[in-house]
Design a protein around this ligand. Structure first.
Ligand SMILES: Cc1cc2nc3c(=O)[nH]c(=O)nc-3n(C[C@H](O)[C@H](O)[C@H](O)COP(=O)(O)O)c2cc1C
Length: 404
Protein backbone atom coordinates (compact mmCIF):
# COMPACT_ATOMS: atom_id res chain seq x y z
CA UNK A 1 0.00 0.00 0.00
CA UNK A 2 1.32 3.41 -0.92
CA UNK A 3 2.50 5.64 1.84
CA UNK A 4 3.71 9.03 0.70
CA UNK A 5 5.67 9.62 3.91
CA UNK A 6 8.27 7.14 2.65
CA UNK A 7 8.82 9.15 -0.54
CA UNK A 8 9.61 12.49 1.07
CA UNK A 9 13.09 14.02 1.00
CA UNK A 10 15.10 14.03 4.18
CA UNK A 11 14.68 16.25 5.98
CA UNK A 12 11.26 17.26 4.72
CA UNK A 13 9.52 20.51 5.54
CA UNK A 14 5.82 20.79 6.37
CA UNK A 15 3.51 23.75 6.70
CA UNK A 16 1.79 23.43 10.10
CA UNK A 17 -1.97 23.09 10.27
CA UNK A 18 -3.34 26.44 11.42
CA UNK A 19 -7.01 27.02 12.04
CA UNK A 20 -8.48 29.90 10.03
CA UNK A 21 -5.13 30.33 8.29
CA UNK A 22 -4.02 27.33 6.23
CA UNK A 23 -7.05 26.96 4.00
CA UNK A 24 -6.66 26.29 0.29
CA UNK A 25 -6.16 30.02 -0.37
CA UNK A 26 -3.27 30.56 2.00
CA UNK A 27 -1.66 27.22 1.20
CA UNK A 28 -1.60 28.18 -2.46
CA UNK A 29 -0.05 31.53 -1.60
CA UNK A 30 2.67 29.71 0.33
CA UNK A 31 3.10 27.31 -2.58
CA UNK A 32 3.69 30.24 -4.92
CA UNK A 33 6.31 31.72 -2.59
CA UNK A 34 7.99 28.32 -2.19
CA UNK A 35 6.17 25.17 -1.29
CA UNK A 36 6.86 22.86 1.63
CA UNK A 37 7.16 19.11 1.00
CA UNK A 38 3.88 18.41 2.84
CA UNK A 39 0.76 20.45 3.43
CA UNK A 40 -1.77 19.98 6.22
CA UNK A 41 -5.33 21.31 6.25
CA UNK A 42 -6.71 23.24 9.21
CA UNK A 43 -8.18 20.78 11.67
CA UNK A 44 -11.72 19.56 11.02
CA UNK A 45 -14.01 18.10 13.62
CA UNK A 46 -14.96 14.46 13.09
CA UNK A 47 -18.30 14.71 14.89
CA UNK A 48 -19.29 17.66 12.74
CA UNK A 49 -18.27 15.89 9.53
CA UNK A 50 -20.25 12.81 10.54
CA UNK A 51 -23.30 14.81 11.61
CA UNK A 52 -26.45 15.29 9.58
CA UNK A 53 -24.95 18.40 8.03
CA UNK A 54 -22.00 16.32 6.91
CA UNK A 55 -19.38 17.90 4.74
CA UNK A 56 -21.23 21.21 4.58
CA UNK A 57 -20.55 21.72 8.27
CA UNK A 58 -16.83 21.69 7.57
CA UNK A 59 -17.20 24.95 5.63
CA UNK A 60 -14.41 24.60 3.15
CA UNK A 61 -11.76 23.23 5.50
CA UNK A 62 -11.38 20.18 3.26
CA UNK A 63 -11.10 22.03 -0.03
CA UNK A 64 -7.82 21.32 -1.79
CA UNK A 65 -6.32 21.13 -5.26
CA UNK A 66 -4.57 18.07 -6.56
CA UNK A 67 -1.33 19.96 -7.20
CA UNK A 68 -1.14 20.50 -3.44
CA UNK A 69 -0.47 16.81 -2.90
CA UNK A 70 0.91 15.44 -0.73
CA UNK A 71 -1.68 17.05 1.49
CA UNK A 72 -2.81 15.62 4.80
CA UNK A 73 -6.23 16.29 6.31
CA UNK A 74 -5.96 17.00 10.00
CA UNK A 75 -8.93 15.86 12.06
CA UNK A 76 -9.96 15.95 15.69
CA UNK A 77 -12.55 14.50 18.02
CA UNK A 78 -12.87 11.67 20.51
CA UNK A 79 -15.24 9.10 19.05
CA UNK A 80 -13.46 6.24 17.24
CA UNK A 81 -16.42 5.52 14.96
CA UNK A 82 -16.40 9.08 13.70
CA UNK A 83 -12.68 8.81 13.00
CA UNK A 84 -13.29 5.63 11.01
CA UNK A 85 -16.06 7.21 8.99
CA UNK A 86 -14.18 10.38 8.28
CA UNK A 87 -10.89 8.66 7.42
CA UNK A 88 -12.80 6.49 4.96
CA UNK A 89 -14.26 9.54 3.24
CA UNK A 90 -10.93 11.40 3.20
CA UNK A 91 -9.14 8.50 1.54
CA UNK A 92 -11.83 8.34 -1.12
CA UNK A 93 -11.57 12.11 -1.58
CA UNK A 94 -7.91 11.89 -2.59
CA UNK A 95 -6.03 13.14 0.46
CA UNK A 96 -2.53 11.71 0.85
CA UNK A 97 -3.02 10.98 4.54
CA UNK A 98 -4.87 11.73 7.75
CA UNK A 99 -3.37 13.41 10.79
CA UNK A 100 -5.00 13.18 14.20
CA UNK A 101 -4.78 16.26 16.39
CA UNK A 102 -3.73 15.35 19.92
CA UNK A 103 -2.25 18.67 20.91
CA UNK A 104 -4.79 21.46 20.59
CA UNK A 105 -5.02 23.33 23.91
CA UNK A 106 -8.18 25.28 23.05
CA UNK A 107 -10.64 25.19 25.97
CA UNK A 108 -13.64 24.10 23.92
CA UNK A 109 -11.70 21.38 22.14
CA UNK A 110 -10.27 20.04 25.41
CA UNK A 111 -13.66 20.17 27.14
CA UNK A 112 -15.17 18.06 24.41
CA UNK A 113 -12.46 15.42 24.98
CA UNK A 114 -10.46 16.10 21.79
CA UNK A 115 -7.07 17.65 20.99
CA UNK A 116 -4.71 17.62 23.94
CA UNK A 117 -7.37 16.03 26.20
CA UNK A 118 -6.46 12.74 24.49
CA UNK A 119 -3.05 12.90 26.19
CA UNK A 120 -4.90 11.88 29.33
CA UNK A 121 -6.79 8.97 27.77
CA UNK A 122 -4.21 6.66 26.18
CA UNK A 123 -6.63 3.72 25.87
CA UNK A 124 -9.00 5.80 23.81
CA UNK A 125 -6.04 6.88 21.68
CA UNK A 126 -5.39 3.26 20.71
CA UNK A 127 -9.02 2.83 19.68
CA UNK A 128 -9.04 6.05 17.70
CA UNK A 129 -5.87 5.21 15.81
CA UNK A 130 -7.08 1.67 15.03
CA UNK A 131 -10.39 3.04 13.77
CA UNK A 132 -8.65 5.63 11.62
CA UNK A 133 -6.39 3.00 10.03
CA UNK A 134 -9.40 0.82 9.34
CA UNK A 135 -11.48 3.62 7.87
CA UNK A 136 -8.62 4.78 5.67
CA UNK A 137 -8.03 1.30 4.30
CA UNK A 138 -11.72 0.93 3.47
CA UNK A 139 -11.80 4.31 1.75
CA UNK A 140 -8.69 3.77 -0.28
CA UNK A 141 -10.00 0.40 -1.46
CA UNK A 142 -13.24 1.89 -2.73
CA UNK A 143 -13.92 1.06 -6.33
CA UNK A 144 -13.97 4.46 -8.00
CA UNK A 145 -11.99 7.10 -6.14
CA UNK A 146 -12.68 10.62 -7.37
CA UNK A 147 -9.91 12.77 -8.84
CA UNK A 148 -7.95 14.40 -6.03
CA UNK A 149 -9.38 17.62 -4.74
CA UNK A 150 -12.55 17.48 -6.78
CA UNK A 151 -16.00 16.49 -5.77
CA UNK A 152 -15.84 14.38 -2.64
CA UNK A 153 -17.74 11.18 -2.07
CA UNK A 154 -20.28 11.34 0.67
CA UNK A 155 -19.38 8.73 3.26
CA UNK A 156 -21.68 5.76 3.27
CA UNK A 157 -22.72 6.10 6.87
CA UNK A 158 -24.94 3.05 6.93
CA UNK A 159 -22.18 0.72 5.81
CA UNK A 160 -19.74 2.13 8.31
CA UNK A 161 -22.28 1.93 11.10
CA UNK A 162 -23.15 -1.65 10.17
CA UNK A 163 -19.53 -2.68 10.20
CA UNK A 164 -18.95 -0.93 13.49
CA UNK A 165 -21.85 -2.83 15.01
CA UNK A 166 -20.29 -6.06 13.76
CA UNK A 167 -17.03 -5.05 15.39
CA UNK A 168 -15.56 -4.39 11.96
CA UNK A 169 -13.30 -1.58 13.07
CA UNK A 170 -11.41 -3.61 15.61
CA UNK A 171 -12.06 -0.77 17.99
CA UNK A 172 -10.93 -2.63 21.05
CA UNK A 173 -7.32 -1.91 20.30
CA UNK A 174 -7.22 -4.49 17.49
CA UNK A 175 -4.28 -4.53 15.11
CA UNK A 176 -6.44 -4.32 12.00
CA UNK A 177 -4.71 -2.11 9.44
CA UNK A 178 -1.72 -1.65 11.68
CA UNK A 179 0.58 -4.37 10.45
CA UNK A 180 3.76 -3.49 8.65
CA UNK A 181 2.79 -4.60 5.14
CA UNK A 182 -0.28 -2.38 5.26
CA UNK A 183 1.39 0.81 6.42
CA UNK A 184 -1.28 3.45 6.14
CA UNK A 185 -0.51 7.18 6.03
CA UNK A 186 -1.95 7.88 9.47
CA UNK A 187 -0.04 10.38 11.58
CA UNK A 188 -0.45 12.21 14.86
CA UNK A 189 0.48 15.72 15.88
CA UNK A 190 0.88 16.21 19.60
CA UNK A 191 2.67 18.00 22.41
CA UNK A 192 5.15 16.75 25.02
CA UNK A 193 2.48 16.17 27.61
CA UNK A 194 -0.52 17.71 29.28
CA UNK A 195 0.84 19.63 32.26
CA UNK A 196 4.42 18.50 32.88
CA UNK A 197 7.34 18.23 30.47
CA UNK A 198 8.37 14.96 32.19
CA UNK A 199 5.26 13.27 30.77
CA UNK A 200 6.89 13.19 27.34
CA UNK A 201 8.49 9.76 27.66
CA UNK A 202 5.40 7.76 28.57
CA UNK A 203 3.11 9.73 26.27
CA UNK A 204 5.34 9.50 23.19
CA UNK A 205 5.99 5.81 23.97
CA UNK A 206 2.23 5.23 23.82
CA UNK A 207 2.02 6.99 20.45
CA UNK A 208 5.07 5.29 18.97
CA UNK A 209 3.40 1.94 19.70
CA UNK A 210 0.51 2.82 17.34
CA UNK A 211 2.48 2.02 14.16
CA UNK A 212 2.18 5.52 12.78
CA UNK A 213 3.57 6.75 9.50
CA UNK A 214 4.64 10.00 11.16
CA UNK A 215 4.63 11.55 14.59
CA UNK A 216 4.87 15.34 14.85
CA UNK A 217 5.95 16.62 18.24
CA UNK A 218 5.32 20.24 19.13
CA UNK A 219 8.02 20.65 21.78
CA UNK A 220 5.80 22.11 24.50
CA UNK A 221 3.14 20.81 26.90
CA UNK A 222 -0.52 21.72 26.63
CA UNK A 223 -0.14 23.83 29.76
CA UNK A 224 2.76 25.77 28.28
CA UNK A 225 0.60 26.81 25.30
CA UNK A 226 3.11 28.84 23.25
CA UNK A 227 4.33 30.88 26.20
CA UNK A 228 7.75 29.29 26.71
CA UNK A 229 10.50 28.47 24.21
CA UNK A 230 10.21 25.06 22.55
CA UNK A 231 12.16 22.35 24.41
CA UNK A 232 14.83 21.72 21.77
CA UNK A 233 17.00 20.17 24.49
CA UNK A 234 14.77 17.05 24.41
CA UNK A 235 15.34 16.29 20.73
CA UNK A 236 18.21 13.77 21.19
CA UNK A 237 16.21 11.72 23.72
CA UNK A 238 13.05 11.81 21.61
CA UNK A 239 14.98 10.62 18.54
CA UNK A 240 16.47 7.80 20.62
CA UNK A 241 13.02 6.75 21.86
CA UNK A 242 11.66 6.70 18.31
CA UNK A 243 14.65 4.62 17.14
CA UNK A 244 14.04 2.10 19.93
CA UNK A 245 10.28 1.74 19.65
CA UNK A 246 9.29 2.57 16.09
CA UNK A 247 12.24 3.08 13.74
CA UNK A 248 9.86 3.16 10.74
CA UNK A 249 7.77 6.01 12.11
CA UNK A 250 8.93 9.37 10.77
CA UNK A 251 9.64 11.99 13.40
CA UNK A 252 8.72 15.60 12.70
CA UNK A 253 9.76 18.34 15.07
CA UNK A 254 7.66 21.47 15.52
CA UNK A 255 7.86 24.67 17.56
CA UNK A 256 9.73 27.95 17.01
CA UNK A 257 11.37 26.82 13.76
CA UNK A 258 11.76 29.96 11.72
CA UNK A 259 12.59 28.84 8.22
CA UNK A 260 14.46 26.39 6.00
CA UNK A 261 17.89 27.61 7.15
CA UNK A 262 16.90 27.13 10.79
CA UNK A 263 15.54 23.65 10.05
CA UNK A 264 18.76 22.68 8.26
CA UNK A 265 20.81 23.96 11.19
CA UNK A 266 18.77 21.78 13.58
CA UNK A 267 19.07 18.82 11.24
CA UNK A 268 22.85 19.05 11.10
CA UNK A 269 22.79 18.93 14.89
CA UNK A 270 20.18 16.13 15.06
CA UNK A 271 20.33 14.07 11.85
CA UNK A 272 17.89 11.52 13.32
CA UNK A 273 14.99 13.91 12.73
CA UNK A 274 13.05 13.20 9.53
CA UNK A 275 11.17 16.45 9.09
CA UNK A 276 10.42 19.91 10.40
CA UNK A 277 7.08 21.64 10.63
CA UNK A 278 6.85 25.42 10.41
CA UNK A 279 3.81 27.38 11.53
CA UNK A 280 4.20 31.00 12.53
CA UNK A 281 7.47 31.30 10.62
CA UNK A 282 5.35 31.69 7.52
CA UNK A 283 3.88 34.92 8.94
CA UNK A 284 7.36 36.37 9.40
CA UNK A 285 8.36 35.30 5.90
CA UNK A 286 5.97 33.57 3.48
CA UNK A 287 9.10 32.48 1.56
CA UNK A 288 10.31 30.59 4.66
CA UNK A 289 10.38 27.22 2.87
CA UNK A 290 12.99 28.58 0.46
CA UNK A 291 16.37 30.17 1.00
CA UNK A 292 14.87 33.56 0.19
CA UNK A 293 15.23 35.26 3.56
CA UNK A 294 14.56 38.88 2.64
CA UNK A 295 11.73 39.23 0.13
CA UNK A 296 11.34 42.68 -1.39
CA UNK A 297 8.35 44.95 -0.92
CA UNK A 298 7.25 44.26 -4.51
CA UNK A 299 7.49 40.50 -4.06
CA UNK A 300 5.30 40.72 -0.96
CA UNK A 301 2.79 43.02 -2.70
CA UNK A 302 2.60 40.57 -5.61
CA UNK A 303 1.90 37.81 -3.16
CA UNK A 304 -0.86 39.83 -1.50
CA UNK A 305 -2.44 40.42 -4.91
CA UNK A 306 -2.32 36.69 -5.54
CA UNK A 307 -3.90 36.10 -2.12
CA UNK A 308 -6.76 38.48 -3.04
CA UNK A 309 -7.29 36.75 -6.39
CA UNK A 310 -7.49 33.35 -4.73
CA UNK A 311 -9.77 34.66 -1.99
CA UNK A 312 -12.20 35.84 -4.68
CA UNK A 313 -11.84 32.65 -6.66
CA UNK A 314 -12.55 30.27 -3.79
CA UNK A 315 -15.18 32.30 -2.06
CA UNK A 316 -17.83 30.75 -4.25
CA UNK A 317 -19.27 27.30 -4.59
CA UNK A 318 -18.12 25.89 -7.88
CA UNK A 319 -20.48 23.43 -9.42
CA UNK A 320 -19.72 20.94 -12.14
CA UNK A 321 -16.04 21.61 -11.59
CA UNK A 322 -14.66 18.83 -13.77
CA UNK A 323 -12.84 20.12 -16.86
CA UNK A 324 -15.23 20.37 -19.77
CA UNK A 325 -18.32 20.56 -17.59
CA UNK A 326 -20.31 23.72 -17.41
CA UNK A 327 -19.45 25.83 -14.42
CA UNK A 328 -21.95 27.70 -12.36
CA UNK A 329 -20.96 29.78 -9.41
CA UNK A 330 -23.01 30.72 -6.43
CA UNK A 331 -21.64 33.34 -4.08
CA UNK A 332 -21.63 32.07 -0.54
CA UNK A 333 -19.83 34.91 1.16
CA UNK A 334 -22.81 35.46 3.44
CA UNK A 335 -23.07 31.84 4.54
CA UNK A 336 -22.88 31.54 8.29
CA UNK A 337 -22.16 28.68 10.63
CA UNK A 338 -25.84 28.30 11.28
CA UNK A 339 -26.85 27.86 7.68
CA UNK A 340 -28.67 24.67 7.09
CA UNK A 341 -27.73 21.71 5.03
CA UNK A 342 -30.83 22.17 2.88
CA UNK A 343 -29.38 25.19 1.12
CA UNK A 344 -26.31 23.25 0.13
CA UNK A 345 -28.14 20.16 -0.96
CA UNK A 346 -30.52 22.23 -3.06
CA UNK A 347 -27.56 23.81 -4.79
CA UNK A 348 -26.20 20.40 -5.60
CA UNK A 349 -29.52 19.07 -6.82
CA UNK A 350 -30.33 22.06 -8.98
CA UNK A 351 -26.96 21.88 -10.68
CA UNK A 352 -27.24 18.17 -11.20
CA UNK A 353 -23.63 17.79 -10.16
CA UNK A 354 -21.48 17.52 -7.11
CA UNK A 355 -20.21 20.64 -5.46
CA UNK A 356 -16.66 21.00 -4.29
CA UNK A 357 -16.48 22.18 -0.68
CA UNK A 358 -17.70 25.72 -0.38
CA UNK A 359 -15.21 28.10 1.15
CA UNK A 360 -17.41 30.66 2.78
CA UNK A 361 -14.93 33.11 4.26
CA UNK A 362 -15.83 36.69 5.00
CA UNK A 363 -13.74 39.63 3.83
CA UNK A 364 -13.06 41.13 7.29
CA UNK A 365 -10.93 38.22 8.61
CA UNK A 366 -8.82 38.45 5.45
CA UNK A 367 -7.40 41.67 6.86
CA UNK A 368 -5.44 39.71 9.49
CA UNK A 369 -3.17 38.60 6.68
CA UNK A 370 -2.17 42.09 5.56
CA UNK A 371 0.62 42.40 8.10
CA UNK A 372 2.39 39.44 6.50
CA UNK A 373 2.79 41.40 3.27
CA UNK A 374 2.86 45.03 4.31
CA UNK A 375 5.70 45.55 6.76
CA UNK A 376 9.31 46.57 7.23
CA UNK A 377 9.39 49.63 4.98
CA UNK A 378 8.83 53.33 5.64
CA UNK A 379 5.08 54.02 5.55
CA UNK A 380 4.07 50.36 6.07
CA UNK A 381 1.99 51.12 9.18
CA UNK A 382 0.12 53.94 7.40
CA UNK A 383 -0.54 51.73 4.40
CA UNK A 384 -1.90 48.98 6.62
CA UNK A 385 -4.33 51.46 8.17
CA UNK A 386 -5.59 52.36 4.69
CA UNK A 387 -5.94 48.71 3.76
CA UNK A 388 -7.89 48.04 6.94
CA UNK A 389 -10.45 50.63 5.86
CA UNK A 390 -11.17 48.77 2.60
CA UNK A 391 -14.55 47.13 2.14
CA UNK A 392 -13.62 44.53 -0.45
CA UNK A 393 -10.74 43.00 -2.37
CA UNK A 394 -11.01 45.45 -5.28
CA UNK A 395 -10.50 48.37 -2.93
CA UNK A 396 -7.43 46.65 -1.50
CA UNK A 397 -6.03 46.18 -5.00
CA UNK A 398 -6.50 49.89 -5.76
CA UNK A 399 -4.86 51.08 -2.53
CA UNK A 400 -2.01 48.67 -3.07
CA UNK A 401 -1.37 49.73 -6.62
CA UNK A 402 -1.34 53.42 -5.71
CA UNK A 403 1.27 52.64 -3.03
CA UNK A 404 3.69 50.99 -5.50
C1 LIG B 1 -3.38 30.61 14.30
C2 LIG B 1 -2.97 29.22 14.67
C3 LIG B 1 -3.83 28.17 14.44
C4 LIG B 1 -3.45 26.85 14.75
N1 LIG B 1 -4.29 25.81 14.43
C5 LIG B 1 -3.85 24.54 14.59
C6 LIG B 1 -4.60 23.43 14.09
O1 LIG B 1 -5.68 23.56 13.48
N2 LIG B 1 -4.09 22.18 14.30
C7 LIG B 1 -2.90 21.97 14.95
O2 LIG B 1 -2.46 20.83 15.09
N3 LIG B 1 -2.18 23.00 15.42
C8 LIG B 1 -2.61 24.26 15.22
N4 LIG B 1 -1.81 25.30 15.62
C9 LIG B 1 -0.48 25.02 16.19
C10 LIG B 1 0.59 24.99 15.06
O3 LIG B 1 0.31 23.96 14.13
C11 LIG B 1 1.99 24.78 15.65
O4 LIG B 1 2.02 23.57 16.34
C12 LIG B 1 2.39 25.89 16.61
O5 LIG B 1 2.10 27.17 16.06
C13 LIG B 1 3.89 25.83 16.93
O6 LIG B 1 4.66 25.89 15.75
P1 LIG B 1 5.37 27.27 15.28
O7 LIG B 1 6.20 27.75 16.41
O8 LIG B 1 6.15 26.88 14.06
O9 LIG B 1 4.27 28.23 14.98
C14 LIG B 1 -2.19 26.61 15.34
C15 LIG B 1 -1.33 27.69 15.60
C16 LIG B 1 -1.68 28.97 15.25
C17 LIG B 1 -0.73 30.09 15.51
Amino acid sequence: MMNFWDDLPRPFLALAPMEDVTDVVFRRVVARAGRPDVFFTEFTNTASFCSEQGEFSTRGRLTFEKEENPIVAQIWGNNPENFAEMARALAAKGFAGVDINMGCPDKKVVKSGGGSALIQTPELVTEIVAATHEGWNEGSNEATPTPAGKAGLAPNRQTVADEASRGGHGLAGGMSGLLGEKATPISIKTRLGYSKVEEWRSWLTCLLEQNLANLTVHLRTKKEMSKVPAHFELIPEIVRLRDQIAPRTKLTINGDIRDRAHAMELWREHPGIDGFMIGRGVFANPFCFTEHENPTRDELFDLLNYHLDLFDKYNVTTLGSEPGQSRQSITVTTRTNEETRDDGLDERTVAGGLASDPLPRKFEPLKRFFKIYVKDFPGAAELRIKLFECKDSDEVRKVLSSAR
